[in-house]
Design a protein around this ligand. Structure first.
Ligand SMILES: [Zn+2]
Ligand SMILES: [Zn+2]
Length: 426
């Protein structure tokens, strides 16, 4: 019985999925997808300020005949495509924001917004998801269920003091009506070449928590430190002690990184500083390890400060990003087979990375599968890493991304939604 069910899952999509139609449609609309990507690239907008982008997406989805909710989570858009046949509900997600980076390339469609750049490829994500919507609209009459398109703002982090991103999409009910049963998403990058897709059936991205530490001292002449309270050696000890958490207190088999990226204190060589502040990031692939490190950090900061008669505060900037951990059953039943059909031998299992995403917040509502789309092309000189001023994507990857997204949605619905994909209800 079990074997029969598995055989059905393995065989059914290969027979029934309209792979050739999806491929032909994706290739036919590639010039339009490229044009949208270039337009977005030329007009990048920072997190929670994606006014033009959100408007463009909403208009495009309305033109395609989708139900549109806009704005959601400030500047985001939710598009709903109801297929001609009954079935489950699947969501596809793209993030839409850019970064505060000054683009240095001489591309004809380089950023026209000074100091703002699509340096993480979210322009490509948005264009590909619009492309997938168009492809699936073409198959609407046969589509066995509903596809929800999530265009999410502020993946790179809302400005301080503002809400935003995936958590706000979730709080505003983007996955609730209709109730989404699974979410698929991707990220472009130069870690793989065009034609490749990287997948995992477990962790793929890390958690990330941004923190700031303030050590309070008492300023005095640099010749008489005993009359004040010098926070600089205390901060130095704290940096060392925090590294001992990740190197000595956490199981060595668990990936984890603790980085202090900024340290600041003092005004002059012969004046004891009154305060030192430090900013950093913590990354793991496991929710338990993440909580453990954060608790130990609090203990360490307090303990080191107290040992020297100073006070210090540790503050995490916001709720942080959970680790991105793919649902193993969804990966096996839908995610990996779909990528193997689109990318052939180019679909490869990848080791989890230490970069992070806010995508896993969607996991509060439904299981998910997230994969990496290779956009590197050494022959074209495209290889800069994400978040740099020369980042670019090989646009030959765009039709592959469109096909992958459309195929994942189709396969999930074709398999009969969550139950058909062999996943426990929750
Ligand atoms: Zn990024
Ligand atoms: Zn990104």
């Amino acid at each position: 019985m079990q074997l029969l069910a598995l055989a059905f899952l393995a065989a059914a999509p290969a027979v029934a999925a309209p792979d050739a139609e999806i491929r032909a449609a994706a290739e036919r609309i590639t010039p339009a997808v490229v044009a949208v990507r270039r337009d977005l690239h030329a007009h990048p907008e920072l997190s929670n300020r994606e006014e033009r982008t959100g408007h463009l997406v909403a208009e495009r989805l309305r033109d395609l005949g989708l139900e549109v909710r806009y704005p959601v989570a400030k500047t985001g858009v939710v598009g709903i495509l109801r297929g001609g046949r009954p079935g489950g509900v699947v969501a596809l997600r793209a993030d839409i924001d850019a970064l505060p980076i000054d683009e240095t390339s001489d591309l004809p469609f380089r950023s026209q917004a000074k100091g703002v750049m699509h340096a993480c490829g979210h322009d490509a994500h948005t264009a590909m998801l619009l492309g997938a919507a168009e492809v699936l609209v073409g198959l609407r009459a046969r589509l066995p269920g509903t596809v929800v398109f999530l265009f999410q703002p502020a993946e790179e982090g809302a400005p301080e003091g503002e809400e935003g991103g995936a958590p706000l999409m979730v709080r505003e009910g983007a996955l609730d009506d209709p109730k989404v049963e699974a979410v698929f998403g991707l990220h472009v990058g130069s870690w793989a070449s065009v034609g490749q897709a990287g997948w995992s059936d477990g962790p793929i991205f890390a958690s990330s928590d941004t923190f700031t530490i303030a050590v309070e001292g008492k300023t005095v002449h640099g010749a008489q430190p005993h009359m004040g309270l010098d926070p600089i050696p205390v901060a130095a000890e704290m940096v060392q002690a925090l590294q001992l958490i990740v190197s000595r207190q956490i199981d060595g088999r668990q990936p984890r990184v603790l980085t202090i990226g900024r340290i600041q204190g003092g005004t002059r060589f012969n004046i004891i500083a009154d305060r030192v502040t430090m900013d950093g990031t913590v990354r793991t692939h496991d929710a338990t390890v993440r909580a453990e490190i954060k608790a130990r950090m609090a203990r360490t900061v307090k303990g080191v400060a107290e040992a020297h008669g100073t006070t210090a505060t540790l503050r995490f900037l916001d709720e942080g990003n959970p680790p991105t951990v793919n649902d193993a059953a969804l990966a096996k039943a839908v995610g990996v087979p779909a990528l193997q059909r689109v990318f052939g031998a180019g679909a490869v299992r990848v080791e989890p990375q230490m970069v992070a995403e806010d995508f896993p917040f969607f996991g509060q509502k439904a299981p998910y599968f997230y994969f990496l789309l290779g956009t590197r092309n050494d022959a074209k000189g495209i290889g800069s890493v994400n978040h740099t001023a020369t980042f670019d994507v090989d646009e030959d990857a765009l039709p592959l991304g469109v096909r992958a997204l459309a195929t994942l949605a189709w396969d999930f619905l074709r398999a009969g939604g969550r139950r058909g994909a062999g996943m426990a209800p929750r």
